[in-house]
Ligand binder design. Structure first.
Ligand SMILES: NC(=O)C1=CN([C@@H]2O[C@H](COP(=O)(O)OP(=O)(O)OC[C@H]3O[C@@H](n4cnc5c(N)ncnc54)[C@H](O)[C@@H]3O)[C@@H](O)[C@H]2O)[C@@H](O)CC1
Ligand SMILES: Nc1ncnc2c1ncn2[C@@H]1O[C@H](COP(=O)(O)OP(=O)(O)OP(=O)(O)O)[C@@H](O)[C@H]1O
Ligand SMILES: [Mg+2]
Length: 345
């Protein structure tokens, strides 16, 4: 049986997904479908009785004069996945630029103010999840403010996705998120190596990515880690899984920002749904798997239309159709299980 789409390789994920499976087997397609089904379980239904905000109020902490695209990509992705409100906390200079990209974002020009921590803290009771780091840069004043925002968010138990320069900060001060089990780190290859050196004291062991990701997660007190790459490897220190669905070979900037913004919404939904909806698996692992699958599906669909010209903006346009395809159809996406129990390829 030929498998045209990428398949999930899962280790210790659920009762049914408890081993590493070879790629391109019927079994791995079934595992992939099982993992996607868990994501579907946590997606809240759209209903007429719901009020604005219930599907998610997300905050993105990032952006600086050099990088205005990254926080925009993360914040707009959160909205397109289904959050109702998306805030960006950024610097004074970056704010009007980010506002000009989209009237849908609520943009606060506070991140380089002396009262940055208090300014953001005022909003924390109204936020369900934060993304910290896209386009933040490495200015010491900003990083110090973000440190205060992280501390305040942890005190309130807010789920935090840490990406990009937020990971730079964590590599300098791992104690900042040590043991905070509502944190998800989303390093790319270089960010992962930096974290591994800082936290484990040794560079990336490319031979066993599962083990490296698992070890980093354990050393950080079981914080969930998503190592992005040709395959995305996800672990909470106990379980580990990969997402290797077909994406694209375009490596344009902004794809990680799309992932972190999407993930923040899925994390909120998964925590709200609770472990009974995720079959006892960590809600954060399920959310991370969902965000990786979704990002790769967007890449695949955008690449089919735009080929080499594909950019992050093209991928963001695919978020709605990709989400429906993966999470809103009864048989799922390519490789889903047909009602007869046969694998549909
Ligand atoms: N339009 C924008 O505003 C964008 C801004 N971005 C921001 O740019 C800042 C720096 O992010 P970077 O990701 O560049 O991080 P780094 O500044 O740590 O740079 C990593 C470098 O490693 C290279 N690299 C990536 N993957 C590699 C691999 N597998 N092997 C070897 N080298 C590899 C990259 O080309 C990059 O030059 C962050 O704040 C980020 O959020 C990015 O998110 C991209 C889009
Ligand atoms: N070689 C690859 N093949 C297929 N997909 C990949 C590959 N490398 C990364 N991806 C996918 O691209 C997405 C973003 O990963 P990437 O490593 O580009 O993040 P990033 O460097 O943080 O991006 P950004 O430019 O937004 O900062 C992830 O969903 C990942 O699965
Ligand atoms: Mg990145």
């Amino acid at each position: 049986m030929a498998v045209s789409s990428g398949c999930g390789v899962v280790r210790g994920f659920l009762g049914v997904l408890n081993q590493a499976f070879p790629l391109h087997t019927a079994r791995s397609v079934t595992d992939m479908e099982a993992a996607l089904q868990l994501v579907r379980n946590v997606v809240p239904p759209l209903a007429a009785w719901k009020h604005k905000g219930q599907a998610g109020r997300i905050g993105v902490v990032g952006g600086c004069p050099e990088y205005t695209g990254a926080p925009y990509f993360a914040a707009i992705s959160a909205l397109k996945v289904g959050a109702d409100l998306s805030h960006v906390f950024t610097t004074q200079d970056a704010a009007p630029v980010i506002k000009s990209y989209s009237p849908e974002l609520i943009v606060h020009p506070v991140l380089d103010s002396p009262s940055a921590v208090q300014d953001v803290e005022k909003w924390l009771p109204r936020l369900h999840a934060l993304v910290v780091g896209p386009g933040l840069g490495r200015d010491d004043v900003l990083l110090e403010n973000v440190k205060g925002i992280l501390e305040a968010s942890k005190t309130r138990g807010i789920p935090i996705v840490i990406d990009a320069d937020g990971l730079w900060l964590v590599a300098q001060q791992p104690a900042l998120i040590q043991g905070y089990q509502k944190a998800v780190l989303t390093p790319n290859h270089v960010e992962f190596s930096r974290l591994a050196e800082a936290v484990l004291g040794d560079p990336l062991d490319g031979r066993d990515r599962y083990r490296s990701v698992q070890r980093l997660s354990q050393a950080l007190g079981n914080v969930t880690v998503v190592q992005k790459g040709e395959q995305d490897v996800i672990s909470d220190g106990g379980q580990a899984l990969t997402c290797s669905r077909e994406g694209s070979s375009r490596r344009c900037g902004g794809q990680g920002d799309l992932l972190s913004g999407s993930l923040s919404v899925l994390v909120h939904w998964a925590l709200l749904a609770g472990p009974e909806k995720t079959n006892g698996s960590s809600p954060l692992l399920v959310a991370a798997f969902g965000a990786c699958a979704l990002t790769r599906q967007c890449a695949r669909q955008a690449f089919q239309k735009h080929g080499r010209a594909t950019t992050a903006t093209d991928m963001i346009r695919e978020l709605g159709p990709a989400f429906s395809r993966l999470f809103e159809t009864s048989a799922g996406a390519d490789g889903g299980v047909a009602p007869t129990g046969e694998l549909r390829l």
